[in-house]
Design a protein around this ligand. Sequence first.
Ligand code: OGA
Ligand code: MN
Length: 196
Amino acid sequence: MTGLSTADVETLGTAGFVVGRGFLGPELAAKAHGAALEQVAAGALHRAGIRRGSDHTVNDGVRGDSITWLDETCDGVMKEVWLRFDALRLQLNELAYLGLRRTELQLAHYPGSGAGYQRHRDSFPGDDNRRMTAIVYLNPSWQPEHGGRLKLFVEPEQHVDPTLDTFIVFRSELIEHEVLPSYADRLAVTAWYSAR
Ligand code: OGA
Ligand code: MN
């Protein structure tokens, strides 16, 4: 099964986040993992920055990943992944009346050097920018000693294992989160949905 159940959408409404397994399905998840590795090997990713006002700086202490943007013009497997995330946008609109109009999609790679991404939110209250974040992880051989769990600053604190086809959807302005230090290659595709 792919996508959210009505119970998932309810959890999203009450808790602000929902975690599930099987967003892409085994076949597409495996292909997406392969395609992501190819993009990394081809040097398609660049060091992610952090934005402060109009500044854009790279700061290893804050976030240590490299990224590339995926859009509807990409082809092959990543186009399928894009379509899957855009279908989730429509589903969120249908089930939760969110009026999400735009999907931004990013492939991120943490190199396994202990890099993570410090505690943050993806948007701020009043920002009508990013409303909802959705992430699918692409790490078929993840082991606990690899670290790189996603920590959610909720009560009680949650840790999400970034295993292949595990996904999380959360309210971008509500849920503070952190990527714990990762000691193996860590791949994820993240969507941000906005209402404008
Ligand atoms: C992000 C982020 C979390 C993850 O890119 O903003 O928080 O688990 N990613 O990759
Ligand atoms: Mn984030």
